[in-house]
Design a protein around this ligand. Sequence first.
Ligand SMILES: C[S@@+](CC[C@H](N)C(=O)[O-])C[C@H]1O[C@@H](n2cnc3c(N)ncnc32)[C@H](O)[C@@H]1O
Length: 240
Amino acid sequence: MKEKDWYKNWFNTPYYHILYKDRNDEEAELFIRKITGFLNLPTSTHILDLPCGKGRHSKFLNSLGYKVTGADLSENSIAFAKQFENEKLSFKVHDMRVPFVNNYDVIANLFTSFGYFDNNQNKAVLKNIKNALNPKGYFIFDFLNAKYIKENLISNEMKVVDSIPFYIERSIANGEIVKNISFRADDQNFSFSEVVKYLDFTTLKNMLEEVGFEISSIFGDYELNTFHEDSSERVVIIAQ
Ligand SMILES: C[S@@+](CC[C@H](N)C(=O)[O-])C[C@H]1O[C@@H](n2cnc3c(N)ncnc32)[C@H](O)[C@@H]1O
């Protein structure tokens, strides 16, 4: 069932975007308003949204006046996002395990877009981000709160979205959080897995420090409420 390189296929399908359709522009706008206000970023700031998916955060950042580059491995998502390009907004296909050519004032890695690879590759992603940031640049890192997930795990769930019943099984084993997703759509049976490394707050902090980041702020949700490892659903880290 578990496919190596699962992230190449699943995120490139239309079904990923159906299942997660509540992760929408409104959610992105709420968070971007909060975080840009908190960081008090000047409009000259160049931001890399990595990975950007279909560009929900990039579009809104750009509408606030920032220069934004969105990068993602999914060719379908980038092809979709390109319709929104303008003088200060561009999108490209890029694998975050590969170093960046340009430098940025801010890099944002949002909505659990980390921990998909082996330890060396995960570390390489953080190193690439650190190397691509200007001095004093900010890294905005929004990851699941692994401890909260473990203590509140819903093992089985059926969710109907756009008339598709998605059967979801969740487990934590061998240092990985695994979500198996099965459904029938367009006259075919599908089965995908999401596999994210179990990285709790202390592990994330150590990984960031290993590549030279210092954490300056930690929040527990998109409203920027205080992080509590026992009860926060997210961990949102600002590092420099
Ligand atoms: C959970 S989605 C989040 C996307 C976006 N940040 C958002 O909030 O909508 C994770 C994204 O990571 C992208 N991705 C997976 N592996 C990648 C890689 N090696 N390099 C760049 N992007 C990758 C996927 O294509 C997908 O769009």
